[in-house]
Design a protein around this ligand. Structure first.
Ligand code: A3P
Length: 340
């Protein structure tokens, strides 16, 4: 039975599985799809991914995966597998076992934003399969830094939401206590100003200069042109879909249509699958069927960003302006990120 023959029925069943697979809503869902049990039968088997969401971190990679997983012809593991950047030595068979079982008609996808900035990943992906379709979602690199910092400080203060969900009440209370103690001692992560900038001492007539810390990973990730060049050295441009994270937030239906076309999928996920959730401040998935519940992404998506003085924001924008223009030229897409 092909899922294409029963799109509605299959979609209802699949929607539940997809949310479990791709949205870290609860502890039980986070790792549920990754068991390494054997294939159920010869046609329903674990397969290497034919498409990857390679990055960029904090640009909407989870939303993109969660939304495309609503498609009946897509399967993906929930957690990031980090095969091409951290686990390559484990071999392709290890990687394949991390994939959920799929039908031959389905597309297996994986997302690990770390791939985008890994220098080894492009050739490794190519040697797995030179036809792998690559998806890159990017957002204004300055906002991306703020988002990255918000995540790092949340993690430093007590762990990611997935970990939080996994722990029992007793451990939760203990952590709350530790967090209170840490709060008393002061922040557990350096202020963003001192991570994103460093001062260069002035000489005589020249005052001290504040310059962007280009080596800080959060700054480095936003140098999109530099990382994309590594991928374009190995893959043709048309094999890489570059999407706007800002557009994904504003109009997920339109972005999903673009993604489905690129992946050669039947156009099933459209704007009709989303509603804007005022409390969350983002689009969420509409309920599937009579008993389904509407689902928003977990609370670790859409965090409050730190405040950075307008002058420092301006300096970051100046730092990125020429790099962004280079990226627009490379991709043929003007993302229109502010330069001042
Ligand atoms: P913020 O937390 O800064 O708002 P990633 O999944 O790559 O870590 O990206 C996280 C970002 O996804 C969030 O960054 C948020 O802006 C964006 N995003 C896009 N669509 C979203 C949605 N429907 N719900 C929640 N976050 C979404």
């Amino acid at each position: 039975m092909s899922p294409r023959s029963f799109p509605r029925l299959f979609m209802l069943l699949h929607l539940t599985a997809a949310l479990v697979a791709a949205v870290p809503v609860s502890s039980s869902s986070a790792g549920g799809v990754n068991s390494t049990s054997q294939p159920i039968d010869a046609t329903f088997a674990r397969r290497l991914p034919q498409a990857l969401i390679i990055g960029a971190k904090k640009s909407g990679t989870r939303a993109l995966l969660a939304f495309i997983c609503m498609h009946p012809d897509v399967q993906a593991p929930g957690p990031e597998v980090h095969f091409f950047d951290r686990n390559y030595h484990r071999g392709l068979d290890w990687y394949r076992k991390r994939m959920p079982a799929s039908l031959p008609s389905q597309l297996t996808m994986e997302k690990t934003p770390g791939y985008f900035i890994s220098e080894s990943a492009p050739s490794r992906v190519h040697s797995m399969n030179p036809d792998t379709r690559l998806v890159l979602v990017v957002r204004d690199p300055v906002t991306r830094i703020l988002s990255d910092y918000a995540q790092a400080s949340a993690n430093a203060a007590g762990g990611s939401s997935r970990r939080r969900n996994r722990r029992n009440r007793r451990r939760k209370n203990r952590r709350k206590h530790r967090r209170r103690q840490a709060g008393r001692r002061g922040s557990s992560i350096k202020p963003i100003e001192s991570l994103a900038f460093r001062s260069r001492p002035g000489n005589g007539s020249q005052p001290e200069l504040l310059e962007v810390s280009a080596n800080w990973t959060a700054v480095r990730i936003g140098e999109y042109a530099r990382h994309l060049a590594n991928w374009l050295a190995v893959f043709p441009r048309q094999q890489i879909l570059v999407l706007s994270g800002e557009r994904l937030v504003a109009d997920p239906g339109a972005v999903m249509e673009e993604l489905q076309r690129f992946l050669g999928l039947e156009l099933i996920i459209t704007g009709r699958h989303f509603y804007f959730d005022r409390r969350k401040g983002f689009h969420c998935l509409k309920k599937a069927g009579r008993r389904g519940k509407p689902r928003c992404l977990a609370g670790n998506k859409g965090r409050r960003h730190p405040n950075l003085a307008p002058e420092l924001i301006r300096r970051l924008r100046q730092f990125y302006a020429p790099k962004n223009r280079e990226f627009y030229a490379m991709t043929g897409v003007n993302f229109g990120w502010p330069e001042l």
